[in-house]
Design a protein around this ligand. Structure first.
Ligand SMILES: C[S@@+](CC[C@H](N)C(=O)[O-])C[C@H]1O[C@@H](n2cnc3c(N)ncnc32)[C@H](O)[C@@H]1O
Length: 276
């Protein structure tokens, strides 16, 4: 095990090297979990020092891809935190209905389960036909799965329960075709979704959004990076647009706190204030 000081120095060096070579900036990811993931990769590679890992990553882009996967926690599920979807149905959908065209951005969409959940809910609220959903992540591997919209059949029981708790109005099985051990979500949902690679740290705003969903992503960033990314969301939202964060994330004490009002504290739904 490396000494704490030299470990910190070597990790800083690794992150600078990755930024220089590949343009990915992990310097402001939450340090404790970043350190855990680097040490785990060191262990898996049977290496003693982070400098050895740095050299491997710098000279082997495929190995960097592996590191990128380590840095991207993709745990997700359909209608995750069902009460949040219920709250969006109740407090946000009626407002979205006042627009003729609606843009929604899922930032950090991972393998897409949250995005298909949104599309299903919008269909039931008669909003899908006027909505364009943008679903982005910086992990191409996850995006490939998201674009396919095919998930293990064994997960459907949990997803069905979540859907029902989220106020689902139909039979969940209506939205997918079961084939062997997989469930493929319907193309009619996909038609309204654009999946794209987007890195929240270095890429810009790309459209005006009525709702930004960014759940369980900011938790991996330090406060400085959270503020930067929240600034990006504020910039991308229309007047009185909505922002939804994960259950362990908040705007409280952030740089944009004064620009938003809380719509539902438990569900972490915020809205741009009238006077901003
Ligand atoms: C835990 S998943 C969240 C999935 C979904 N939003 C949910 O709450 O179920 C976090 C996602 O954030 C993505 N992510 C992390 N850093 C990112 C960055 N700088 N730019 C874009 N996506 C990022 C990861 O690749 C991962 O897919």
């Amino acid at each position: 095990m490396q000494k704490k000081d030299s470990l910190e120095f070597e990790i800083n060096h690794l992150l600078e090297a990755i930024l220089y070579q590949y343009g990915y900036d992990f310097r402001h990811y939450a340090r404790a979990s970043l350190e855990r993931r680097v040490l785990n990769r060191l262990h898996l590679a049977d290496l003693q020092h982070v400098t050895e890992l740095t050299s491997k990553i710098l000279h082997d882009p495929e190995y960097f891809d592996l590191f990128l996967k380590d840095m991207s926690i993709t745990v997700t599920e359909m209608f995750r935190d069902p009460s949040v979807f219920k709250a969006i149905r109740k407090s946000v959908c009626s407002r979205l209905r006042t627009y003729s065209r609606v843009n929604i951005w899922h930032a950090g969409c991972a393998t897409g389960e949250e995005v298909y959940s949104m599309a299903i809910m919008l269909q039931e609220e008669d909003l899908l036909s006027r909505t364009q959903i943008y679903a982005t992540d910086f992990n191409n591997h996850s995006l490939t799965i998201a674009k396919e919209g095919i998930y293990p059949a064994e997960k459907m029981q949990l997803f069905t329960e979540n859907y029902q708790s989220a106020g689902g109005q139909a039979s969940f099985a209506d939205y997918y075709q079961a084939k062997y051990q997989f469930a493929k979500f319907k193309d009619s949902l996909k038609k309204h979704i654009t999946f794209a690679n987007h890195n929240l740290i270095k890429d810009q705003v790309f459209a005006s959004m009525h709702l930004v969903m960014c759940r369980n992503v900011l938790i991996y960033f330090d406060q400085q990076l959270q503020n930067q990314v929240l600034g990006l969301f504020q910039e991308s939202l229309v007047h009185r647009g909505y922002l939804v964060l994960g259950d362990k994330e908040t705007l409280e004490f952030s740089a944009v706190d004064k620009s938003f009002e809380s719509v539902d504290t438990n569900a972490r739904i915020y809205r741009i204030k009238t006077d901003v």
